[in-house]
Design a protein. Sequence first.
Length: 88
Amino acid sequence: MATKPRGKTVEVEIWTDRYRIKGQVFIPLGDLGAYKGRLSDYLNDTERTFIPVTHVTLGLLNGNEVIWDGRFLAVNKSSISLVRALRE
């Protein structure tokens, strides 16, 4: 039987040059607590190119209208301008 991964879910807002993305990011705890539950450690992981985001709403950066919502979006870290935790 599969075990549930250890970690926490953080509600975030991510800005790119054009889009505002709101959703949830799961931060796993490594065998030795590699991320220690910190969003910054997870984002700075050089092994990771994309950030998986669930429960997503996507809007233009210069407006409040939601142009897409979905269950999953992979965001390339190189396109990210800003990330802020809304709720941990």
